[in-house]
Design a protein around this ligand. Structure first.
Ligand code: C2E
Ligand code: MG
Ligand code: MG
Ligand code: MG
Length: 279
């Protein structure tokens, strides 16, 4: 029996391996094509300030695949990171966002946009020089782009990443530490990295009403952030109770399905027109 069990397990394992290899190969041909054929599309999720105003949105890429429909980034970003395709993909997102910002301005909508950046995109200076050049070409004298990066960016290439973060800030971009509180974050690290804000990971918000310790953690993080003059943004707010908790505990910005899901650019224009500042 033991033998059979072991064999059964191996089969399950081999099957999973096959699926993963198949998926990798599928992505390898199709995501590259998707980029060339402009099948990627940027969705935008509004971010609310303390006063309930929306001055910024987060860019979240999706893939409009003829075969699979609208594919979420969770299904292809890690492949793009492994294969290196994240570099041209990230460049496409950045340029697309900048075009959108210019178009919005022509319609009288002034928004900053936060763009997610992976560790691999920080391995050389091109992301910075590309952004600078694109701002010039767009005729923009300010920088309406902010950068969201995770702590893995610091782990994989610390010195280079820190330099780039400072350069982004000098350009006028804010740098936000995404998914804060997951992975390897430590509060003491915050003191030595050039950032403007931390984005509290959704898991904190999700546990606020289930685990008293989550509440204490959020309060402690906010307290340290304030001491360091950092803004705190809570992501993943889905309920009124979650909103209430973060607002009464010093969180500066908020984002989540409770306000709006990520949506195409045009739809955000309509949403903004109808959105009253929400305190
Ligand atoms: P992230 O940057 O932490 O983005 C937050 C994710 O949570 C988004 O998922 C968003 O749609 C989702 N979300 C927002 N509010 C709520 C809520 O109230 N409840 C729940 N359950 N979820 C909420 P999405 O769009 O699937 O993106 C997943 C991740 O993919 C992002 O996490 C980011 O790490 C990555 N990503 C997305 N676009 C890009 C990109 O252009 N470049 C790179 N490098 N990564 C990207
Ligand atoms: Mg993000
Ligand atoms: Mg996040
Ligand atoms: Mg995330």
């Amino acid at each position: 029996h033991a033998k059979e069990n072991g064999r059964g397990k191996f089969c399950v394992f081999a099957n999973e391996m096959n699926q993963r290899v198949f998926e990798y190969l599928w992505l390898d041909t199709n995501l590259r094509k998707a980029l060339e054929l402009e099948q990627l599309v940027v969705y935008y999720q509004p971010k609310l300030d303390r006063d309930g105003e929306v001055r910024s949105a987060e860019a979240l890429v999706r893939w409009n695949s003829p075969e699979r429909g609208l594919v979420p980034p969770g299904d292809f970003i890690s492949y793009a990171e492994e294969s290196g395709l994240i570099v041209p993909l990230g460049r496409w997102v950045m340029l697309n966002v900048l075009q959108q910002i210019v178009q919005w301005r022509n319609e009288g909508i002034y928004l900053r946009v936060a763009v997610n950046v992976s560790a691999k995109q920080l391995l050389n200076q091109s992301i910075y020089t590309d952004l600078k050049q694109a701002l010039n070409e767009a005729g923009l004298t300010d920088c309406p782009i902010d950068i969201e990066l995770t702590e893995s960016c610091l782990i994989e290439n610390e010195a280079g990443a820190l330099t780039l973060m400072k350069q982004f800030q000098e350009l006028g971009a804010q740098v936000h530490l995404d998914d804060f509180g997951t992975g390897y974050s430590s509060l003491s690290q915050l003191a030595r990295v050039p950032i403007d804000a931390i984005k509290l990971d959704q898991s904190f918000v999700r546990n606020i009403n289930k685990q008293p310790v989550a509440q204490s953690l959020v309060r402690a993080i906010v307290a340290v952030a304030k001491t360091l003059d950092l803004q705190v943004i809570a992501e993943g707010i889905e309920t009124k109770a979650e909103e209430k908790f973060v607002m009464t505990n010093g969180v500066d910005g908020r984002q989540g399905y409770y306000y709006a899901k990520p949506m195409p650019a045009e739809q955000l224009g309509h949403w903004l027109a109808k959105h009253p500042a929400r305190v």
